[in-house]
Design a protein. Structure first.
Length: 247
């Protein structure tokens, strides 16, 4: 009996010791698990940081590639602009040189036009003289560009050139008397008094008006005036062109 009690006591003591060991083991395991959880959190945190850094690296790398590409394009653009600026600078020099050369040319053109009017048959003289005066004034104006000046001069030449290709009838006062004028190109000029009594033909060699007494010529002058005014259909006209022909 006594032996049984001792044995039970030993078992109880061993049980307490074993229980304490288990509790200590459990504590060790729990502490270890807690540390493992902390480690895992740190690992997860490091993984997130690593992923974030990798993402930032890739973004920066892409930005760097884009920047390099943009810099290359920009460099090409700058190079092209430098070439363009050099070309523009050369064009400006050429324009300046052209303007230096074209001013005397335009002046000579106006002089030749003026000479033409002086030597030509005297039709629409005031209009033509005023046009030349305007050209001379335009040539010295700083507010009008050279290209525009040249265009105006060429337009004046075209007007004079077109006179040679048509006929025209108009009224004008001569020596205080109004006449009907008939111009045939640049080769003949006639005038008729409004009462149809007086007829004249311009002689460009003697620079004077020759009276016309031939009734047939007078009839053709009247007919020519009607044709020029589009009051009659175009027809053949028998008219003298110089003083050597009989009126």
């Amino acid at each position: 009996m006594q032996l049984i009690k001792i044995t039970l006591l030993l078992l109880f003591v061993n049980s307490l010791v074993f229980s304490n060991q288990i509790e200590k083991s459990m504590e060790v395991i729990e502490n270890t698990n807690n540390k493992l959880v902390d480690y895992q959190k740190q690992i997860d945190l490091h993984d997130e940081k690593h992923t974030e850094l990798v993402g930032e690296y890739r973004y920066v790398n892409e930005q760097l590639k884009s920047t390099k590409k943009y810099n290359t394009q920009l460099s090409n653009i700058i190079s092209s602009q430098k070439e363009e600026l050099a070309d523009i600078a050369q064009q400006i020099k050429d324009i300046e040189q052209t303007q230096k050369n074209i001013y005397p040319l335009m002046s000579d053109m106006i002089k030749s036009l003026k000479k033409l009017v002086e030597l030509d048959i005297p039709f629409l003289m005031q209009e033509r003289i005023d046009r030349i005066k305007t050209l001379e004034e335009t040539l010295d104006r700083a507010d009008i560009k050279t290209a525009e000046k040249f265009r105006i001069i060429l337009e004046a030449f075209k007007i004079e050139y077109d006179y040679a290709k048509n006929i025209e009838a108009y009224q004008e006062i001569s020596d205080g008397k109004t006449f009907n004028y008939l111009r045939i190109g640049r080769v003949a000029l006639y005038k008729q008094s409004l009462d149809s009594k007086d007829y004249f033909a311009w002689d460009n060699e003697s620079k004077k008006w020759d009276e016309i007494n031939d009734s047939n010529v007078q009839t053709n002058i009247r007919k020519g005036i009607k044709i020029a005014k589009k009051h009659e259909n175009v027809a053949f006209l028998q008219l003298p062109f110089n003083k050597k022909e009989e009126f």
